[in-house]
Design a protein around this ligand. Structure first.
Ligand SMILES: C[S@@+](CC[C@H](N)C(=O)[O-])C[C@H]1O[C@@H](n2cnc3c(N)ncnc32)[C@H](O)[C@@H]1O
Length: 219
């Protein structure tokens, strides 16, 4: 899979490339490219945004700047999914993560300040995605959230210490919450691990886990 991130602070993504899950698949299952709008802006002095028509506070990311960035990267053949990170977009959830992880190529557009010129969302992006009903200062953290969630779906992204098959919101758990986990010690300050988990009876353990998963999903 190839993921391209367009941002004003592409270096903010550097740490992710050194950590799992990204580090595990970079160069094999994943090609990640980081673009700065400033590198391809057609405006002078690296300008990328402008004052809003109609007045008001803040600066708006210009449509010609984002178009130039996409043209420089793709020469008129953008990927099938160009995702604008926006608090006004479709809420990110696990089905959307899995949908994007199945794409061969995704571009992520992030903005800062007042956000995108609306024509970017309407004409250059195919999707607008929000990571939650709150406003952050820029699209970099939302892009990282999406990136992490998508990349951990790729083969080899997770070590043996983790599973993406059975976890909260997975189809395996009927999109519900995962059951609770416990590890050693079996008893701590009078807080004990449920007996069933120490029983060695795998069928009972599995049934108990499914039951707790369903119960917490209904809460
Ligand atoms: C300060 S926000 C702009 C908010 C916009 N003026 C509004 O009221 O809807 C700047 C940028 O951060 C990103 N952003 C902020 N919150 C987000 C969220 N919840 N989900 C996705 N992106 C978000 C978007 O790229 C957005 O354009």
């Amino acid at each position: 899979m190839r993921i391209d991130v367009f941002s004003l602070v592409p270096h903010a993504f550097a740490w992710m490339t050194e950590q799992r899950p990204l580090a595990a698949v970079l160069g094999t299952e994943l090609e990640l490219r980081l673009f700065s709008y400033r590198d391809s802006t057609p405006l002078r002095a690296g300008q990328v945004d402008d004052e809003p028509y109609g007045g008001g506070a803040g600066m708006v990311l210009r449509v010609d700047v984002v178009d130039a960035a996409l043209t420089a990267a793709y020469g008129g053949r953008p990927p099938r999914r160009v995702v604008a990170l926006s608090p006004q977009g479709r809420m990110l959830d696990q089905p959307l993560v899995e949908e994007l992880a199945a794409e061969p190529h995704v571009a992520l557009l992030s903005a800062r300040f007042e956000g995108f010129d609306e024509r970017i969302v309407e004409h250059l992006a195919t999707d607008a995605v929000s990571i939650g009903p709150y406003v952050l200062s820029g699209g970099e953290l939302p892009a990282m959230v999406l990136l992490d969630a998508v990349v951990r779906r790729l083969p080899g992204a997770l070590g043996s210490a983790e599973s993406a098959v059975v976890e909260s919101f997975s189809a395996e758990l009927e999109r519900g919450l995962e059951y609770p986990h416990y590890t050693r010690p079996a008893e701590y300050r009078g807080w004990s691990v449920p007996d069933v988990l120490l029983s060695g009876n795998h069928a009972r353990i599995e049934a108990w886990r499914r039951e707790l998963s369903r119960a917490r999903s209904l809460r």
